[in-house]
Design a protein around this ligand. Sequence first.
Ligand code: PMP
Length: 361
Amino acid sequence: MGRVWNFSAGPAALPQAVLEQAQRELLDWNGSGASVMEQSHRGKRFIAMAEQAEADLRDLLGVPDDYAVLFLQGGATQHFAQIPMNLAGPDERADYIVSGHWSEKAASEAAPYLHVNLAASSKAEGHLRLPPRGQWRLDPGAAYVHYTPNETIHGVEFHDVPEVGEVPLVADLSSNILSGPLDVRRFGLVYAGAQKNIGPSGLVLMIVRRDLLDRPGRPMARIFRYAEHAAAGSMLNTPNTWGWYLAGLTFQWLKRQGGLAAVGERNRTKAARLYGVIDDSDGFYRNPVDPPSRSRMNVPFTLHDGALEAAFLAESEAAGLLALKGHKALGGMRASLYNAVPLEAVEALVDFMGDFKRRHG
Ligand code: PMP
């Protein structure tokens, strides 16, 4: 079997051009006679690559100089805990906006480290729409406000950055980072597990306003302290060298795609095409999310008859459409349309969906 169209929620499809470049360079990276994974992160070649990756990311997102860029480990989940450890003392408070599974988890993982104020939640409505900004009960004394701009499982996405005043805004961008332009200045800290829009799992990208690194937090080992990682150029210990390298290749690929405005436009087109087919299917397919809250990255949908799900999954896989099974928490289907999923893949999916409906409708 050759390459298939891959709709995995994560670890997700990587750009084919990136994989091919990594394949070409695997045995002899950059004239070194060894792979990038087999050499010191303190060597000249690796340092140059790492610096280039950071420069390309800064260029893509327009990251200002007063923000540090960190290449960390531990998955986004570890940082659910590490962010409160770094940004607040044990007696402080932080606001959490709960709009789905991952923001709820971020709040519960923060709870051992500070007072979590659940400032808004859409849980009672099944997370089918974003908690309306007018109903958020923000605490002006909070150490930060945390939210999840894109909920990977529930398929809801903020299409604007919420205004929260002077309190630093912290965002888990795991499933929509680099999916379009972002005004980094609106945030105190953003972070993302790499395995959707950046590269392989095991790498976490963080962009943090430098003044926040000076917060005392609490006593903790250096390895947990973001300020130490920033001071050491993310090489406090051995970084995920392979992940960093692939992230760098992805940043260069994004630049070749025309940058984030062009990529964002393509993502809008892809999502509109799929939602259009779902909404025009006379109820055969259904996405329950309130349209203004719908995610461009993760599109959950159900079939009008749950008994058809197994056939849908088996036939779609046979047609070369991978990983359409929904998350177990919601059931149904989910198509993830990250940057590396081309419009051609979405066209193949909607053709299949039309054909499946004709045969089973
Ligand atoms: N946040 C979001 C939005 C996610 O989609 C995920 C799952 N990939 C996580 C956090 C958890 O990420 P990790 O498995 O890297 O800890």
